[in-house]
Design a protein around this ligand. Structure first.
Ligand code: GLC
Length: 670
């Protein structure tokens, strides 16, 4: 039966029921008309699905908690994120989920946003590239993606009502760009609208976003669903391009029936939405043959560790304190998070899982008889101290060691959906532990488990090493251990700027967060993340794209396939990368463009490509990156379209946005 034949067999009542959820996690199905129900589950870092056991009890499948999106972004590895999609698809197939509610691609506008752990980056190019990789990995294996939250949901504070007031150019270049890239490069089967308003209009009833841009400009072919409870005027949502209201809402049937009766909506409005839902159900049915329903827990957990290994960022390594050297004998491990790591952020992205690896367990196994590992909790998860002597015991332990590894971080209680952080510093009691440990031992390494930038200015000069592991999911214990003992070389790089303080962030400088009642004005405009710090030359703690290695890399011999580029063309940027150190490693090379003497305001640097190169000690490779004419475009409000200013641009290759190694000039024609 064709889509139209199925649609023709539906009564009006059935159509109204089809455009709202059947329950919390699925749409209505109509067997007689050949329309399958669609099952959707959270979340981006692993599928969370419930079932009813033989005793009628509500249970959750135990699945894999993969490293959070912010951790995946720190891998800068498209192929790894693509493979994550495959593993997630396997677990979705196992629990019977048709569409996974992810990835989340909202831009990290302020480090205070409670859901930053769930999002990739402050940069739209990086966020869009990784989202496309994730979506393709999922959908190639028979499971749909629902990219979210469309759009400009960049804070949790008052997310259900606040209006994100954004100028058109900023909206296009920064906040919509990750969605645009992902949709053009991977066609997710669904898009989830956000809770907030954009320039006064709720996302769920925003015709410009859901019809004019998403469908008419970007050719999105799938269905738009609401965030859970994000609809207000259901009839207006329907006419504005929202196809499915989630979850089921019993009042909607009467509301839409009334609207139909009053002529506020028409049956053809219903037909348009129903057709998209039926089309998605058919897409799902056709893709089922691609699913690997044999749940391979071992493979999935091993892969989670592979991501964790590449996501951990080495931020400081004075005196080469890391990796642990052979002449070290006594290692003190301080902090509860070593024993009970914070593996996930809080909220709907939470995965019900088992066997979360403890770094301490793995470190003890790895140490064997070679190192003596002593441990002191120093604090309980979320509580200042478990007892006064607890801290004292930790300090005494630290004093007797050759090296101290202090575990600190945030928790799912403060980095969580529905709330924003109130500070980007560590909890005071954790900073106190660091101060007291460094007072008795000069060889201190700090390991941070958190979901977004941390202000380390209060203590970083007292320690020699800092590792940032984000929320690493199930398998971060082994990954972290292997990096600490040098079995592997750290290769993570920051996908967000770490500012020196909250006061230095653009939203603080422009006083544009959390807003003034009904709205939050994005008056920092394009000045988001490194676009601000780099252009305004504001010092950062650690810049966008930064991450150290145990080895070193040299870039040389940059060449452009052409020194001119015209509309519709692309050029190849080739260069050498050499591992000039003693151990094998991986280097992420970032490609930025800068317009020389722009005729309109532009950020100094804009990321337009990147690649991660694996190199053995001493090895050199020739690497190529493409740059297209469109990459030089900015969004012209005057033209209401993307526009390329003709002129000279620098193409730069950097190890971070502040560490540009090579550059060449190219002549770009309009
Ligand atoms: C939540 C979240 C969204 C999630 C959905 C279902 O409110 O905003 O990300 O997928 O509801 O739990």
């Amino acid at each position: 039966m064709s889509k139209n034949e199925k649609l023709a067999k539906l009564t009006v009542e059935q159509k109204i029921k089809l455009v709202t959820g059947k329950d919390n996690w699925s749409t209505q199905g109509y067997e007689e008309q050949g329309i399958d129900s669609i099952k959707m589950n959270d979340g981006p870092h692993g599928v969370r699905a419930e079932y009813t056991d033989e005793n009628g009890q509500r249970k959750f499948y135990l699945t894999t908690a993969y490293p959070c999106a912010a951790a995946c972004a720190s891998t800068w590895n498209r192929e790894l994120v693509h493979e994550l999609g495959k593993h997630l698809a396997n677990e979705c197939a196992y629990v019977g989920t048709d569409i996974l509610l992810g990835p989340g691609v909202n831009i990290k506008r302020t480090p205070l946003c409670g859901r930053n752990f769930e999002y990739y980056s402050e940069d739209p190019y990086l966020a869009g590239e990784l989202a496309a990789s994730y979506i393709n990995g999922l959908q190639e294996n028979g499971i749909g993606s629902c990219i979210k939250h469309f759009a400009a949901n960049n804070q949790e504070y008052d997310r259900g009502h606040i209006s994100s007031e954004i100028d058109e150019r900023t909206l296009r270049e920064i906040y919509l760009k990750p969605f645009e890239k992902a949709i053009k490069q991977s066609q997710p089967w669904a898009v989830m609208c956000s809770y907030n308003r954009i320039n006064g209009i709720y996302a769920s009833q925003n015709k410009k976003l859901q019809n004019d841009i998403l469908r008419d400009e970007w050719n999105f072919e799938g269905m738009v669903i609401s965030d859970w409870g994000a609809t207000h005027d259901r009839g207006l949502c329907l006419k504005s391009g929202l196809d499915v209201e989630m979850p089921h809402c019993k009042e909607t049937f009467d509301e839409l029936s009334d609207d139909l009766r009053k002529g506020l909506i028409s049956e053809s409005d219903l037909d348009i939405a129903c057709e998209r839902i039926i089309g998605t159900a058919e897409k799902i049915a056709h893709a089922k043959s691609k699913r690997n329903c044999v749940y391979d827990k071992k493979s999935n957990r091993e892969f989670a560790e592979k991501i964790a290994e590449e996501s951990i960022v080495l931020l400081k390594n004075d005196d080469g304190i890391l990796p642990i050297k052979d002449n070290v004998k006594n290692i003190a491990v301080i902090g509860r998070f070593a024993e009970q790591p914070v593996a996930q952020g809080g909220g709907s992205a939470g995965v019900v899982t088992d066997e979360i690896e403890s770094p301490l367990t793995f470190m003890r196994q790895r140490a064997e008889s070679k190192y003596n590992i002593s441990y002191a909790a120093a604090y309980l998860n979320g509580h200042p101290v478990c007892a006064p002597d607890c801290v004292g015991n930790a300090i005494a332990t630290a004093a007797m060691a050759d090296i101290v590894i202090v575990f600190v971080g945030d928790t799912e209680k403060t980095e969580c959906e529905g709330i924003d952080r109130t500070s980007i510093k560590l909890h005071q009691y954790m900073e106190d532990v660091i101060h007291r440990v460094t007072a008795v031992n000069e060889n201190v390494i700090v390991v941070i488990q958190a979901g977004s930038a941390i202000d380390m200015s209060g203590w970083i000069n007292e320690v020699k090493g800092v590792l940032f592991q984000y929320y690493g999911g199930n398998s971060s214990g082994d990954a972290l251990t292997r990096i600490i003992f040098g079995d592997i070389c750290p290769s993570g790089k920051l996908a967000e700027t770490f500012p020196t303080s909250l006061e230095d962030t653009p939203t603080a400088k422009f006083d544009s967060y959390p807003g003034n009642g009904p709205s939050v004005v994005y008056n920092e405009g394009l000045m988001v993340g490194y676009r601000y710090y780099d252009t305004a030359k504001v010092k950062t703690l650690f810049p966008f794209g930064y991450g150290l290695s145990y080895t070193s890399f040299e870039y040389s011999d940059m060449h452009l396939s052409s020194s001119d580029i015209s509309n519709g063309e692309e050029i190849t940027v080739s260069f050498n990368v050499k591992n000039t150190g003693e151990c094998d490693g991986k280097e992420t090379v970032q490609l930025y463009i800068e317009e020389i003497a722009p005729c309109t305001f532009r950020p100094r640097n804009e990321l337009k490509n990147f690649t991660k190169v694996s190199l053995k000690a001493g090895e050199e490779k020739r690497v190529e990156l493409k740059v297209g004419h469109d990459d030089f475009a900015y969004y012209s409000v005057a033209l209401n379209d993307w526009h390329v200013n003709g002129g000279r641009y620098r193409i730069k290759l950097g190890a971070s946005v502040e560490d540009i190694r090579l550059s060449s000039v190219v002549n770009v024609s309009r």
